[in-house]
Design a protein around this ligand. Structure first.
Ligand SMILES: Nc1ncnc2c1ncn2[C@@H]1O[C@H](COP(=O)(O)OP(=O)(O)O)[C@@H](O)[C@H]1O
Ligand SMILES: [Mg+2]
Length: 279
């Protein structure tokens, strides 16, 4: 008899949730959720408010522990880690919190540097790395400003810069376009595309807008032209392959996975519940 390969031994599986449950006094929020995220994939997590999207990202990041089930991220089993091991583990993951969650009384530069200072990284290196990530989000001129002085879109970009400071292979975005107007939302999506297509970042993105997912599926960042371009289609009319970067949708409802599928499956679906997310 041959042994069944363990999912965590496949390096292409970046996130694996197996029958994950979490609940509080008010009741169970996730009632046995299973899914995986492969390398260079973006998993778009859709669901109405309160369905557990934020909890899912926090569990994946080791910021919160599931009540039961198994969670593996980057080949490591998150469930069962000690608090010290979790501190180490969280550095490997970029987390863009809902609303950005910046410290308003600290400069942009200090916000972005926060984790490095906690780790007592040498100040010269801190300066250099802060400049590097602020340049990536095109906000290098704001290092001395305070978050309340910036627009909502700029604050969101600072939050992304802060998530990138330890050069994570995986970034978890919690509702990155929530509360932003459509044009500003596009600049955030463009940044997410750039991270995926230039640095090969694997991602999970919680949202209540299907359009965010379609934008990730239908566009790419072209490093040669330095522009966001629409993906072409092959001879069968299917979207052309974008160097292995794929987008998949996962829809939560009533504590479980209601739907899981490709952008084409979502686009062609007549399901009334899915259509709620076309806002
Ligand atoms: N720390 C907590 N303590 C108690 N209940 C919580 C906690 N975190 C989340 N919840 C509950 O779980 C529900 C789902 O939360 P959340 O993941 O934030 O949903 P979503 O991001 O999909 O809107 C919330 O409505 C809340 O009632
Ligand atoms: Mg949320």
């Amino acid at each position: 008899m041959t042994a069944t390969p363990q999912p965590t031994s496949d390096p292409a599986l970046v996130v694996v949730f197996e029958n994950v449950r979490i609940g509080f006094d008010e009741g169970e929020i996730l009632r046995g959720v299973s899914f995986d995220v492969r390398e260079r994939e973006t998993l778009v997590l859709l669901g109405e408010t309160g369905t557990g999207k934020t909890l899912t990202l926090k569990i994946a990041a080791g910021l919160m522990l599931a009540t039961s089930g198994k969670v593996s991220v980057l080949g490591e089993e998150v469930t069962g880690k000690t608090e010290n091991e979790l501190l180490e583990f969280r550095r490997k993951i970029g987390f863009v919190f809902q609303e950005g969650a910046l410290f308003d009384s600290m400069t942009v530069g200090d916000n972005v540097a926060f984790r490095l200072r906690e780790d007592r990284v040498d100040e010269a290196e801190v300066d250099q790395r802060v400049q590097e990530v602020l340049q990536f989000v095109e906000l290098e001129h704001t290092a001395e400003q305070f978050p309340p002085e910036l627009s909502g879109g700029m604050r969101r970009r600072v939050a992304i810069a802060r998530a990138l400071i330890d050069r994570p292979a995986i970034v978890l975005y919690d509702s990155p376009t929530a509360g932003l107007d459509p044009v500003t939302s596009q600049t955030i999506i463009a940044l997410i595309l750039r991270l995926r297509d230039v640095y090969g970042v694997t991602a999970m993105l919680a949202t209540h807008r299907l359009q965010d997912g379609f934008a990730l599926a239908n566009f790419r960042f072209n490093p040669e032209t330095k522009r966001v371009e629409r993906n072409g289609t092959d001879r069968t009319g299917a979207p052309e392959k974008n160097h292995g970067a794929t987008t998949r949708f996962l829809v939560y409802r009533d504590g479980g996975v209601y739907f899981e599928g490709s952008p084409e499956e979502v686009a062609n679906s007549q399901d009334a519940y899915l259509k709620r997310f076309l806002v």
